[in-house]
Design a protein around this ligand. Structure first.
Ligand SMILES: [Zn+2]
Ligand SMILES: [Zn+2]
Length: 110
């Protein structure tokens, strides 16, 4: 089971006969689960439907569908912001430090 994208809480077993209070949504084009405690705070992060403004969006492969009004659109291909991966912020700084160390070794050994 996927944890809440904000606080990491994992969804417990749903009570029989009751709809889950957890919600699905889209953040940076990624499907996320939101626990009940994070609903309000998550509204600022969630992608809103262009037509109805709803936040009940689900991602299906390369398409995004609004569960409120049924609007579908192509999902934008945003690069995943994974720390330590190429393209993430901070890579340049790490690379610069690496080069500086290499230069230091070269110059220092001479
Ligand atoms: Zn949460
Ligand atoms: Zn909609």
């Amino acid at each position: 089971m996927v944890p809440c994208y904000r606080c990491g809480t994992r969804q417990g077993d749903p009570e029989p006969g009751k709809p889950s209070p957890w919600r699905r949504g889209l953040v940076d084009e990624h499907q996320v689960l939101i626990c009940p405690a994070c609903h309000r705070a998550a509204l600022a992060d969630l992608t809103h439907c262009e037509r109805c403004g709803g936040v009940h969006l689900i991602r299906r492969l390369d398409q995004v569908e609004c569960l409120d009004c049924g609007l579908t659109r192509d999902a934008a291909d945003l690069p995943a912001q994974v720390p330590g991966q190429p393209g993430s912020p901070g890579e340049d700084a790490g690379l610069a430090a690496e080069v500086a160390r290499a230069l230091h070794r070269l110059l220092g050994s001479g």
